[in-house]
Write a protein that binds this ligand. Sequence first.
Ligand SMILES: [Zn+2]
Length: 358
Amino acid sequence: MTRILLALCGLTPQIITETLYALHQEGQLPQRVILLTTRAGRERCLKRLLGENGGLRRFFADYGLAASACRLDASDILTPAPAVDDITTLEDSVAFQTTREAEVAVDFSLAGGRKTMGASLALAAQCYARPGDRLFHVLVSPPDFESQPDFFYPPPVPASLPRPAPPLPPLSTDQARITLAHLPLVRLRPCWPPSLLEQPQRPETFLAGLSLAHSPCLRFHVRQRSLSLGGRTCRLPPVEFSLLFSFALHKLRFSCTGDCPSGCTACYMDMPTVLEHGRKVEEIYRKVCTTSAARSTTGILNLSAENFMTYKAKLHRQLRQQLGELAPYAEIASHGTRPNVRYGLRLARGHMLMDEEW
Ligand SMILES: [Zn+2]
């Protein structure tokens, strides 16, 4: 079993040698270290950990460890790609990758970096961790050492010498104590459908998937222009029904299994696709609209972005009136910010039924 330390780092790379020291004391030195940090943090790590006479080299030498015992080189210090993703996305993706390997145990360390980085890594750990993976914080005492820029780890104690006398100011580094504070880990991994574990996900996607697993079925009755959901029925005007039904038909073409409530790029449509999709809406409309009065609604026959938003609002009003708190299961959800908003249905296709072939 290979052990990987997945650690956060801010502007104080000392936390990494401190963590390695504590793990070494426990006999759990990892074979590999992956650091997640900012660009400024990476510069510091390269200089102060990996550089000439850097903290990591000194730690290895002082404790008689071969550099090959624990790999940490420049390529293991990861930062978010500029303008592409943020640190949370990087954390999700690295947590996903490292927990994929069967013969690897991952130690998630929250010591280092900003609190927001730690909070999101802890969430990612809860979503991905397997039984052998661990989550911990690193405590340095007395706390004075945390603010000392030159303190990287306590020096080895020669076997023949007793520990020095109780601390008297100024403190010397051999009085430092470093401990791992293991944190309880809610292991949610067994709750996810396999499709959610095929690529990195945001915790909110996981959690939405969790609630969708228990969601009701949405059944469409095309002739009646109605739908039933959780024991309730909702009858819709032709335009609103056509719009919603077209989204349901669209969703049926994708094999997503409920892992897309936060804006899946496969089954959620951007506005140009919605407008292209307008032909389908028109086709449904012509079939379900049986009275000439209703047929006078021309906007649906040449869908524009403005019409789409108006009809969507009318649809949601109807759904809320008739389905109450269940309405969100049937609504056309939007995700993202303008102009990159995507629209789609939250329910997985397995939760949608039609009473006739279409
Ligand atoms: Zn999807």
